[in-house]
Design a protein around this ligand. Structure first.
Ligand SMILES: Cc1cc2nc3c(=O)[nH]c(=O)nc-3n(C[C@H](O)[C@H](O)[C@H](O)COP(=O)(O)OP(=O)(O)OC[C@H]3O[C@@H](n4cnc5c(N)ncnc54)[C@H](O)[C@@H]3O)c2cc1C
Length: 356
């Protein structure tokens, strides 16, 4: 007897949809990935900073334990798909406004079992010689990774295709079709594609798609700004996060800065902030003259009020699965595996709450 293999459609080739498609495809599932953009990471994923860490979390919070699991999953990914993290850089240096606050940060995470070290300013100055004023102390978070989220999404998609997945770009899903309370397919332009399971990994687009079925998923969006600066030479060796600046350098030497963003008139528009931030960066770091702003892009981070992501089948429609939440780059490899386990094996995780 030939068992029916479910046709799974994943909506969204951001970091979550790409990771999910990869995990489904390598397990032999019949999966189609769709995105309205021209390539993977056309949404907020293409504007993410790419910091894989727990040091920005709070020990004791539910999200801290989750981030830890997610970072452990990166180790599995490294073994299974080395090219996905081949260009990642390890380690970050953080310091607060006062030495006492920096020591407290180190102590907090050290007591939670994290591999962090309190470095003296002389060591920081040696490791980061372009810093104009090394802090008295900095926390070194050894296992943090910095990677290019768009490249990671692209590797997931390429590997999924090699494993048999189908991919369609420039295809906006207009609606999810249902029959008798269960998923029947999706509508793209004039076409209806049949599906047994639809995974909605559409980031800030989830509300529109679920809303079309009368479902309120309660995903909110929180804007943040990614600034890119062209630079020809290596200037920093780690992610640096001080009171005035959060910066990392990519493998092509581009300098990246992430900032929270509030739409607040032209004088506080993305490019103006980008130029002002360059002044701050020049004050903090001895930068070559030619460093210049090349892009200032705002991305809408999909978030839930409790700060946790959501993962699972929606109770309202059989076969409709949602994967959403922040911080998606940290969580993607874990969410990808957990989604495949739930859809293909019926194994439900206790780590991430279900959507309602
Ligand atoms: C400045 C900045 C810095 C950040 N830094 C970090 C960080 O350091 N670490 C971290 O973990 N996270 C970070 N984030 C958050 C991270 O970017 C997001 O959590 C993550 O990218 C969300 O991924 P996603 O796949 O859910 O959404 P998206 O990347 O938005 O993917 C959703 C996709 O769905 C597609 N789509 C939507 N609607 C439809 C439709 N109807 N039909 C077809 N396709 C559709 C979109 O085109 C899009 O490609 C940062 C975000 C910003 C803005």
């Amino acid at each position: 007897m030939v068992l029916h293999q479910p046709r799974i459609v994943v909506i969204g080739a951001g970091i979550l949809g790409s990771a999910i498609t990869y995990n489904l495809a390598i397990r032999g599932a019949d999966v189609l990935l769709l995105d309205e953009g021209p390539k993977p990471a056309s949404g907020v994923t293409g504007r993410a900073f790419g910091w894989i860490n727990v040091i920005n979390g709070t020990p004791g919070d539910t999200s801290y334990a989750l981030w830890r699991e997610a970072i452990a999953e990166y180790q599995h990914l490294k073994a299974a798909l080395p090219e996905a993290v081949a260009l990642a850089r390890a380690g970050s240096l953080l310091w607060r406004a006062t030495s006492q606050q920096t020591e407290q940060l180190a102590d907090l995470h050290h007591r939670a079992g994290e591999d962090v070290e309190l470095l003296k300013g002389s060591v920081v100055a040696e490791w980061e010689p372009r810093l104009r004023r090394a802090p008295e102390y900095a926390v070194f978070s050894r296992n943090d990774l910095a990677l290019d989220p768009a490249q990671l999404a692209g590797t997931f998609v390429t590997t999924a295709v090699a494993a048999g997945a189908s991919v369609r770009f420039d295809g906006k899903v207009a609606a999810i079709e249902t029959t008798n309370g269960r998923v029947a397919g999706i509508r793209v332009s004039d076409d209806t594609l049949k599906a047994d399971v639809v995974v909605v990994a559409a980031g800030s687009g989830i509300n529109v798609l679920a809303g079309g079925l009368g479902i309120d998923t309660s995903v909110a969006t929180s804007p943040a700004l990614l600034l890119r600066y062209a630079c020809r030479v290596p200037v920093i060796n780690h992610i640096l996060r001080g009171p005035r600046l959060e910066v990392r350098q990519a493998s092509d030497n581009t300098l990246l800065v992430a900032k929270s963003f509030v739409a607040d008139g032209a004088e506080n528009g993305p490019h103006v902030i980008g130029e002002r931030t360059l002044e701050v960066m020049r004050d903090e770091l001895n930068l070559p003259d030619e460093v210049m702003l090349t892009s200032a892009e705002v991305g809408d981070r999909p978030i839930f009020a409790d700060g946790l992501p959501r993962l699972g089948f929606l109770p309202q429609v059989d076969g409709l699965y949602v994967a959403a939440g922040h911080p998606g780059i940290i969580l993607a490899p874990l969410i990808g595996r957990l989604t495949a386990e739930e859809i293909l094996d019926g194994r439900r995780t206790a780590l991430i709450p279900c959507p309602r």
